[in-house]
Design a protein. Structure first.
Length: 114
């Protein structure tokens, strides 16, 4: 597997955790940057997180670096593109106090002096 110019060592065709370990061994992927799920032999889902959380990362590519099996092969597809993470906030209500008045509520009038 190749990600952003870095290529993993050969991976056994029936690997499980070795896929994640191989990706995390790349110089541009730290432990926790990827999570790999799937059964032995695949298919696998690679989810980017850590330093790549919210990023639309470049798609990995595959080489014929699987070992074992009769004719192991790899197909890479992006199932969900990433993107910039955004947060949505709701407006906060104005602080209320007994001295606060709405613009539509007139202040009480003082009686005229005599």
């Amino acid at each position: 597997m190749t990600y952003s110019g870095q290529t993993t060592a050969a991976i056994a065709y029936n690997a499980t955790a070795a896929v994640q370990s191989a990706l995390e061994a790349l110089s541009n992927v730290n432990p926790g940057d990827v999570t790999v799920t799937g059964n032995a032999g695949g298919p696998y889902t690679v989810t980017f997180g850590g330093q790549y959380l919210g990023d639309n990362v470049t798609q990995m590519t595959a080489t014929a670096s699987l070992t074992g099996g009769i004719t192991p092969g790899v197909t890479v597809a992006t199932t969900t593109a990433g993107g910039t993470a955004t947060a949505t906030t709701a407006p906060r209500p104005s602080p209320s106090s007994s001295s606060a008045r709405s613009a539509s509520t007139p202040a009480p009038r003082r009686p005229p002096r005599r």
